[in-house]
Design a protein around this ligand. Structure first.
Ligand SMILES: Nc1ncnc2c1ncn2[C@@H]1O[C@H](COP(=O)(O)OP(=O)(O)O)[C@@H](O)[C@H]1O
Ligand SMILES: [Mg+2]
Length: 354
């Protein structure tokens, strides 16, 4: 046991079971690790290119940047990118979220406080209520907010002028946005899962900041099991660091990473116990599927939203799972990965082809 400095703060675990995978803020190390400028933001090259052009043009014209929509699975860097955009624009950022803006008054108090060209970041923008969303349309388009008071014939509208601002909306569920809201974002980007090499670079940089001794093979092993997601990679790095400190000489090599991650139940493709449980259930009990999301969620004991937002995107991306109109299907690749027979469409196990 190392005695000396006080612990740097208890990790924040937040509210849901999805914490164990990709949500939540981790620990205060997160702030030190968050890249502040576009140049330090690893990967997502196409998005960075387009954003830097739009930012340079807006700056040159002295105008607010067009509204930006960022969508994609949790942990891929939406919040980080929104802060970087504000920093690159040289403006202030005000952060809120869809569920936090409960009514028109709350929206007014956010929007009337923003300065000219500032950024307003609305996380989980798909969770805005309809009335708030509708007041957002003229705010985004004409920079005015119409506050309605009273009802029926006695009602009156007070029109508040706003500064020209940039709204950055982030969502894990772009499909839940209404078309009129989506159409008001001039810049729309879908964040993709990262290349393993990009995650390796991110890990090496983070290890330097955290003063973790890591070699290329150690970083590669963590990257490979990171679900190609920065937040997961950083979390695994912390766990492997702990393991290295207690069980080895403190340095992260491939074998230390393998032992630590195997011990956490994270396999070579980054799947955890719940992923394997889900795929096994589909392959064995449901004969490959299709099975409905709600049924699967109830059987594995997880919220269906969490399965859909947190677990499924990676499984689909890696080719283990498919979403069909009739439900979820496990693929032959999933059967191979788990060493299970792949069932025929008629439900009989099929010999594995290779
Ligand atoms: N492209 C990136 N380069 C470096 N670090 C990143 C990148 N994307 C995300 N991160 C790190 O991963 C963590 C999660 O990112 P975040 O922006 O909170 O994701 P999201 O908002 O999409 O859930 C942050 O701590 C951030 O430091
Ligand atoms: Mg976020």
């Amino acid at each position: 046991m190392v005695v000396g400095k006080a612990p740097r703060g208890v990790p924040v675990t937040g509210d849901g079971t999805s914490e164990r995978l990709v949500s939540g803020s981790g620990s205060d190390d997160d702030e030190t690790l968050r890249p502040r400028r576009l140049a330090d933001y690893v990967g997502q090259e196409a998005i960075k290119d387009q954003l830097s052009i739009a930012i340079a043009a807006a700056r040159a014209r002295g105008e607010a940047l067009d509204h930006v929509l960022l969508h994609g699975p949790p942990g891929l860097g939406k919040t980080t990118l929104s802060r970087i955009v504000a920093a690159e624009l040289g403006v202030q950022i005000k952060t809120t979220s869809g569920p936090a803006i409960e009514h028109q008054g709350a929206l007014a108090s956010v929007l009337t406080q923003v300065g000219s060209r500032d950024v307003v970041f609305v996380d989980e923008i798909h969770r805005l209520n309809r009335l708030v969303e509708e007041s957002l349309y003229p705010a985004m388009e004409d920079y005015v907010l119409d506050i309605v008071s009273g009802r029926g014939a006695m009602s009156s509208v007070l029109r508040l002028p706003l500064k020209r601002f940039t709204l950055i909306g982030a969502t894990t569920r772009a499909a839940l946005l209404t078309a009129p809201l989506r159409d008001r974002f001039g810049l729309q980007f879908r964040l993709e899962f990262y290349d393993i090499e990009a995650i390796e670079r991110l890990l090496v940089r983070a290890a330097r900041v955290l003063r973790v001794v890591i070699d290329g093979d150690g970083a590669a092993e963590i990257a490979r099991r990171s679900r190609r997601t920065p937040r997961v990679a950083l979390r695994l790095l912390r766990r492997v660091r702990d393991y290295a400190q207690v069980m080895a000489d403190g340095a992260v090599s491939r074998s230390v990473a393998v032992d630590a991650l195997d011990g956490l139940g994270i396999d070579r493709e980054g799947l955890d116990d719940l992923d394997r449980q889900l795929l096994t259930l589909l392959l064995v009990r449901f004969k490959g599927g299709p099975a409905g999301l709600e049924t699967l969620a109830a059987t594995v004991g997880e919220e269906s939203d969490t399965l859909q937002d947190v677990y499924e995107p990676y499984l689909i991306q890696q080719g283990y799972l498919q979403r069909t109109s009739r439900g979820r299907i496990a693929t032959e690749l999933a059967a191979q990965h788990l060493g299970l027979p792949f069932p025929h469409a008629d439900g009989t196990p099929q010999p594995r082809l290779l």
